[in-house]
Design a protein around this ligand. Structure first.
Ligand code: NAG
Ligand code: NAG
Ligand code: NAG
Ligand code: NAG
Ligand code: NAG
Ligand code: NAG
Ligand code: NAG
Length: 160
């Protein structure tokens, strides 16, 4: 082959690779759960402030990202599908579940619970408040966590 042809083919190959490879995530993202509606349940009407399954489907999640829960007091993060589907926790028989409660009560700021995504694959979130009623009425969702950039050094020791 002539040199010009080889160069030509090489350029075409580079262009094809650039066009077909998926753009990698360029940074870690903090996802505010439910966007402006926050993470909220109205016990008077038994309704959630947002459709959290729809919200989750609109996002792409990677290791090292955070979910930011606003308003509600507790959130359960679990890798245990049984726990998620049952809307209840039994920490004695399940070591795949983390309870976040309290949140950040800094004066004049929305109550905020940041939850880091430290394990790839399915992650499930729900509220166990009101004996699971909030979860049964939709204060719950699942996501799939991709590898992305991998865990940042700050999260290499996930909370237990
Ligand atoms: C995301 O949230 C975490 C935990 O609150 C915080 O440390 C970090 O600075 C936030 N990152 C961005 C880009 O807002
Ligand atoms: C819950 O819903 C009822 C009926 O729509 C409404 O009157 C009430 O303000 C809501 N509560 C909160 C805390 O948003
Ligand atoms: C909310 O759901 C619970 C459990 O199903 C039920 O006991 C309660 O009456 C419901 N409240 C309203 C306002 O529908
Ligand atoms: C949320 O939206 C999905 C479709 O995206 C729908 O299937 C589901 O029933 C909705 N959930 C609630 C609680 O409205
Ligand atoms: C499901 O939750 C109920 C309480 O809501 C509990 O009694 C039962 O043990 C749970 N089942 C599993 C498999 O965790
Ligand atoms: C998931 O949770 C259920 C109910 O608490 C428990 O019986 C089971 O052992 C758990 N599975 C794992 C892998 O921890
Ligand atoms: C949970 O317990 C199971 C079985 O006892 C064990 O194989 C697994 O490594 C434990 N997971 C964690 C995160 O400790």
């Amino acid at each position: 082959m002539r040199l010009a042809t080889i160069l030509h083919l090489a350029i075409i190959a580079v262009l094809i690779i650039a066009a077909t490879s998926q753009a990698p995530p360029i940074r870690y993202i903090n996802h505010t759960v439910g966007d402006n509606a926050g993470w909220f349940f109205n016990s008077t009407t038994n309704t959630t402030a947002a459709n959290y399954s729809s919200w989750a489907a609109s996002q792409t999640f990677n290791l090292g990202d955070y979910l930011i829960f606003q308003n509600e007091l507790t959130v359960i993060q679990t890798y245990n599908l049984t726990t998620f589907e049952n809307c209840s926790i039994d920490l004695s028989s399940d070591n795949d579940t983390v309870v976040y409660d309290g949140g950040n009560t800094v004066f004049d700021q929305a109550l905020t619970i940041p939850v880091p995504l430290t394990i790839q694959g399915p992650n499930y979130f729900f509220s166990d408040a009101n004996d699971g009623i909030q979860c049964q009425f939709g204060l719950a969702f699942e996501i799939n966590v991709n590898r992305g950039l991998g865990l940042p050094p700050s999260l290499n020791q996930p909370p237990v």
